[in-house]
Design a protein around this ligand. Structure first.
Ligand code: WTA
Length: 657
């Protein structure tokens, strides 16, 4: 973390207290009530979580044990209880909210479609019966590679209904990434669409699935194809079936199966510090509880809210705050297929006004790009329905925070800056908007029952204002259970012996706490970049680069970027000659496209620098620290005498092309 950032944190003096009117109606009304909840969790941790789980969820068979840590760091919650997630999201609302709108869907072109809870329930039941008819059983894995449409939610909920384990792959990932995930998950089925349509452009999905499957040694039995655009696609006899043929004739009666609370619900792949993405495994009971409680606590969910989380279902935010949380509390939510800037840069504001959105949850990178696209645009729309604004995915800079507060929220709406991870399942550190005073740039305080802290290597709390490892000291229901197929990596990554002796969950972020105990996230401590709120492993991009026949060696680092938070910078050594100014541009385009093909467009390096070598220690280790300084355009001030080849630094500073 640079000194300037520490400075800005220390100088952030602005405070925004919840208004009396907001607090009066809030689910957690005032600091006193927040403290009471925290205290209950501290005094009787199991009792606290047990009460929440009994109160918030419908159980087919009640649990007798709240927490079982006999095999720590493997945690079991509500282990002998049984429930069904889809029943908790749909069936239990039918008698009270059957005709309530569950989903307001707006497609790329602006056409709106309303789905009531009853209609969504019927669609899920039909599709779940299709899954059963195709021979899918409990525990079988299903890859979902879909556009951002209600059908993606239907597919996920249908899997949950029959106990199949879904693994959603973001529609922007390449055939190669898709193939890796199909293979790693051992999926029996892939659910996809002919194309997705975003910003007026069609993106082939089925063709990508075909490419992934032809390279896959693993046998996928069924591919279900939803016809989004109607574009012609190749259908393989005996394997591929259209969504309507698969599901439309099925019965709308599909009893949800009672599943053990610890039965797997989904696998979601995320980048880590090795070349191979991690399949984060979440289970039914604890995960759902986290989704529901954060809807109530952080989003202060009220029956008449219109909730809109802009995340794609391919990311954890789209799992917890699109597919599960809002439905479990019986909310009306907006699902939007398109992009913020199409057909104009005011699209988000238009949607908020049109559907009277009350709760809007998006990423800092989207906020920054919308400021750039038109800081005055929100004023052209009636945003008076808004009452809460949220952000997630990366630290929000105070300037963007203030704009969000003033221009979008009309100074009336609390901002909930929510810190959490794919691994944590749901919000961990975030303001409860009717209780906690916010400070621009801080995610404020942990949720009740979440014992987040900043510690040193020994596990001792560091002093106020000092940086350290962000940890969570006690287990919590919605945390990941393991890494699919690699339990050792789970233990080593999240409970590493070298930090606090493996006693605490280690998030992989560094943070500091101020004098009020407020958390300020500083960034990752591992080789993971955060580009536009998306996690990218530097090793993953490096291995993609070196798979190119022209490349001998590559090192990837991040550099600060105004718009995307961080940007990918690649340092490349070619097998042949270093390029000249004449041929560098074409080569860069070729290599960027290569990374796009290997991983997906989000991983394409923003900048590529070429050298005859990389800066290495005498033992051959690449000094990424120095590369980060070069990438940021800063001067190297430290001693470089441990380098085998210090002269290479000058060459790498030079931009060609
Ligand atoms: C970062 C997204 C600062 C952090 C839900 C974390 C944040 C990683 C915030 C997880 C925030 C997430 N402030 N940083 N409010 N929220 N991060 O798994 O580095 O895609 O470890 O989950 O994003 O990213 P993931």
């Amino acid at each position: 973390m640079s000194d300037s950032k520490i400075e800005s944190i220390l100088h952030e003096e602005r405070r925004f207290e919840p208004s009396a009117a907001f607090t009066a109606n809030a689910n957690v009304s005032g600091m006193e009530q927040y403290r009471q909840l925290c205290q209950q969790a501290e005094e009787d941790w199991q009792g606290f979580w047990g009460d929440c789980a009994r109160r918030e969820m419908d159980w087919d068979k009640p649990f007798s044990t709240v927490y079982d840590g006999s095999d720590a760091p493997h945690h079991k919650w509500f282990n002998d209880g049984e429930l069904n997630i889809s029943a908790n999201c749909l069936d239990r609302h039918l008698s009270t909210r059957g005709d309530k709108t569950a989903i307001i869907f707006e497609d790329d072109a602006g056409t709106t479609e309303l789905w009531s809870y009853r209609q969504l329930h019927e669609a899920v039941c039909r599709f779940a019966n299709g899954l059963l008819a195709a021979g899918l059983q409990r525990g079988d894995r299903v890859i979902i590679y879909m556009p951002m449409r209600p059908q993606a939610v239907v597919a996920m909920q249908a899997c949950a209904r029959i106990g199949a384990v879904h693994s959603v792959v973001f529609g922007g990932f390449s055939a190669k990434s898709l193939e890796d995930r199909i293979q790693d998950a051992g999926a029996k089925m892939v659910i996809t669409a002919d194309e997705s349509v975003r910003g007026g452009k069609a993106i082939a999905l089925k063709a990508t699935v075909d490419a992934a499957l032809s390279a896959c040694s693993h046998q996928v039995q069924t591919v279900v194809v939803y016809q989004r655009s109607g574009a012609p696609v190749a259908m393989q006899e005996g394997r591929d079936v259209y969504w309507h043929d698969f599901s439309d004739h099925q019965s709308t009666d599909c009893p949800p199966v009672a599943l053990n609370a610890e039965a797997p619900l989904f696998i979601l792949y995320t980048s880590g510090s090795t070349g191979k993405p991690k399949g984060i495994l979440h289970t039914c009971g604890g995960y759902l509880l986290g989704s529901i409680l954060s809807m109530r606590w952080v989003f202060d969910y009220q029956e008449n809210d219109v909730y809109w989380c802009t995340a794609d279902v391919g990311w954890i935010t789209g799992h917890t705050y699109v597919c599960y949380g809002p439905l479990a509390v019986g909310a009306t939510q907006v699902i939007f297929e398109g992009i913020p800037t199409y057909p104009h840069a005011g699209r988000f504001w238009e949607i908020i006004a049109k559907h009277k959105v009350t709760t809007f949850y998006t990423a800092p990178t989207a906020i920054r790009s919308l400021i750039k696209a038109g800081a005055d645009l929100p004023k052209q729309h009636d945003l008076s329905s808004l009452r809460i604004l949220g952000t997630v995915g990366e630290p929000i800079n105070p300037e963007a925070w203030m704009w969000y507060h003033e221009v979008v929220g009309g100074r009336r709406c609390p901002i909930v800056d929510t810190w959490w991870q794919t691994e944590t399942g749901s919000n961990v550190i975030a303001p409860l908007p009717g209780a906690i005073t916010t400070k621009p740039g801080s995610c404020t305080l942990p949720l009740p029952g979440l014992f987040a802290a900043v510690v040193d290597e020994q596990g001792n709390d560091v002093g106020n204002g000092e940086g350290g490892y962000l940890v969570i000291k006690k287990p919590w229901p919605s945390q990941l259970r393991t890494i699919w197929g690699d339990d050792q990596r789970y233990c080593d990554t999240y409970y590493p012996a070298n930090i606090a002796g493996g006693r605490f969950y280690v998030a992989g972020d560094s943070a500091r706490c101020d004098e009020d105990g407020y958390f300020w996230i500083m960034g990752r401590i591992d080789d993971v970049l955060n580009v536009s709120g998306h996690r990218l492993g530097t090793m993953e991009i490096e291995s993609a680069l070196v798979a190119n026949p022209k490349i001998a060696e590559a090192a990837v680092v991040g550099r600060p970027d105004e718009l995307t938070g961080e940007a990918v910078v690649a340092f490349v050594v070619l097998k042949g000659e270093r390029p000249t100014a004449e041929n560098a541009t074409a080569l860069m385009t070729e290599l960027r496209d290569w990374v796009g093909k290997e991983i997906g467009a989000i991983a394409k390096p923003k900048e590529i620098r070429f050298g005859d070598n990389l800066p290495k220690t005498r033992s051959g280790k690449i000094m990424r620290r120095l590369l980060r300084i070069i990438a940021a355009g800063e001067e190297i001030t430290q001693d470089v005498s441990t380098l085998e080849n210090p002269a290479i630094l000058e060459q790498l500073k030079e931009k060609i092309g």
